[in-house]
Design a binder for this molecule. Structure first.
Ligand SMILES: [Mn+2]
Length: 324
């Protein structure tokens, strides 16, 4: 049982009182935001066949197996209940029309840097937004059901955001959520198969990352990926970013960072990961945020990337001296 059951019941009430429900994940989608959006759509549609339910936003190649997103006109938002999933701040929402609905709901597990919504559920103890969707499902039994494809989408969200059940926040609750997905017909094999596949271009690029990473004095492993490098290897910036955890294996580097360059937006972004020190505070100082051990930051230029490395090198140094 989640301590937030009352709020999840409020979400259920909001759904019952709206004819149209629109679910919005975040920009530059990942498995958790799309799995949560498509899984929640499935729960609502399966439980309320008469309602109009849409999941909108951006698709991405490796997650196409979850199903396609909906494309809707502005009018559809009129009197709709809009549910944002896995989206900490409003600017990051995958569709700017979220304000056009009648009711706005936030369901998210990131640190609450931007409070929004008529109903706001933020649970930083949940390792995946998809696990929160399962809390919503459980809190409203026996009124909600789902199909096997909805179970598959939610499993994908939990699996990807927990790094295959390895990250902080994974608990008994996570496995109970997965057990409930199995009760609803989950077949995990297509999920593992889809997530396993890498393009040959990306496999070669992984080779580049493993041969060219660097380390700071106190143990921040990093790789800087320019747009030109992505072009040379014929991989997208998002694909390149997915390799961040290739730098997780060093015994002497508790922090690792993948930098990349978004040419169209003229910004350098960092994906920062940790297996010890809290790096979200540093990420916040660099126009970013997220979780204690997995954060992102928007840096602007490569000069700022070096400043971030200097700051993280300090964090690693302090951490190592405390460990001794
Ligand atoms: Mn997430």
């Amino acid at each position: 049982m989640s301590a937030l059951n009352g709020l999840y019941q409020d979400v259920y009430q909001a759904i019952t009182t709206h004819k149209t429900i629109i679910i919005i994940p975040h920009q530059r989608p990942d498995g958790d935001c799309l799995g949560s959006a498509i899984g929640l759509k499935d729960i609502i549609q399966t439980s309320f066949p008469d309602k109009h339910v849409y999941a909108i936003g951006e698709e991405t190649g490796y997650l196409k197996f979850l199903g396609s997103l909906d494309v809707i006109e502005d009018e559809v938002f009129k009197d709709a209940c809009v549910i944002a999933v896995d989206t900490a701040n409003q600017e990051r929402m995958a569709d700017p029309r979220y304000t056009l609905g009648k009711t706005l709901i936030k369901i998210d597990h990131h640190i609450n840097i931007d409070s929004y919504g008529d109903i706001e559920i933020v649970d930083t103890s949940s390792p995946a937004a998809a696990q929160m969707i399962m809390d919503f499902y459980t809190a409203n039994q026996p009124h909600l059901s789902m199909s096997p494809s909805g179970a598959q989408a939610l499993f994908t969200g939990i699996l990807t955001d927990t790094g295959r059940f390895k990250y902080d926040g994974v608990s008994e609750r996570t496995f109970l959520a997965v057990a409930a997905l199995y009760q609803n017909g989950l077949d995990p094999k297509p999920v593992y198969a889809a997530l396993e596949v890498m393009s040959e271009a990306l496999i070669r690029f992984k080779g580049y990352v493993l041969l060219n990473y660097q380390k700071t004095e106190h143990g921040v492993a990093y790789i800087k990926i320019t747009k030109a490098l992505c072009d040379e290897f014929n991989v997208s910036t998002e694909e390149a970013s997915s390799l961040v955890n290739e730098l997780s294996h060093f015994e002497d580097a508790p922090i690792w960072v993948l930098f990349n360059e978004y040419e169209d937006e003229k910004v350098v972004r960092a994906r920062i990961r940790s297996k010890g020190p809290n790096i979200s505070i540093t990420a916040n100082a660099f126009n970013g945020g997220g979780h204690a051990k997995a954060s992102g930051a928007n840096l602007g230029t490569w000069d700022v990337a070096d400043q971030l490395l200097t700051a993280l090198n300090e964090v690693a140094s302090t951490y190592k001296s405390e460990e001794k």
